[in-house]
Design a protein around this ligand. Structure first.
Ligand code: ZN
Length: 157
């Protein structure tokens, strides 16, 4: 369990225990349900995206392991104020970090230091392939939300 414990860094524990933006978003115009059957993590991601493609608000609800909850918590914190294009770049950058396949210059490099530190902490899951699905759950939901052009309810499995 020691190696697994190193995965649960303080940051992840903190966000896992006290998730930010863990609430309903009644005026959401994008809503996606994500499910990770391997671990049992479930979440609903809600976004409010303005007509000018700015993410005005992001929130989530659901239940899952500390990694999936911490990932969703950190992700929703980062999204507020970002454009849809910036959010897409974050998804691909984070996916590259998690799968240890940094190819082209990652979107991660354009983040501020605090955001970068958080994503790097989360990407420690790449040593545990099963946990990558936990960490990616919220991000896959985000990707689906950004691609659905305003349709409110989408499911990812
Ligand atoms: Zn999980």
């Amino acid at each position: 369990m020691d190696s697994l414990r190193s995965l649960y860094q303080d940051l992840i524990l903190d966000h896992g225990r006290r998730p930010r933006n863990f609430r309903a978003l009644p005026d959401a115009n994008h809503e996606v349900q994500g499910h990770n059957p391997l671990c049992g993590d479930r979440l609903t991601l809600s976004l409010n995206i303005s007509d000018s493609d700015i993410i005005e608000d992001a929130a989530f609800q659901g239940s899952g392991c500390a990694i999936s909850v911490a990932s969703a918590s950190m992700m929703t914190e980062m999204l507020k104020g970002k454009t849809v294009d910036e959010a897409r770049a974050l998804v691909s950058g984070f996916h590259a970090l998690c799968t240890a396949a940094p190819s082209e210059p990652s979107a991660i490099n354009s983040l501020d230091k605090k955001e970068k530190t958080r994503l790097e902490a989360l990407s420690g899951v790449r040593h545990y392939p099963v946990r990558v699905k936990c960490a990616m759950l919220a991000w896959r939901a985000l990707e689906a939300a950004l691609n659905n052009n305003g349709e409110k309810n989408v499911k990812t499995e």
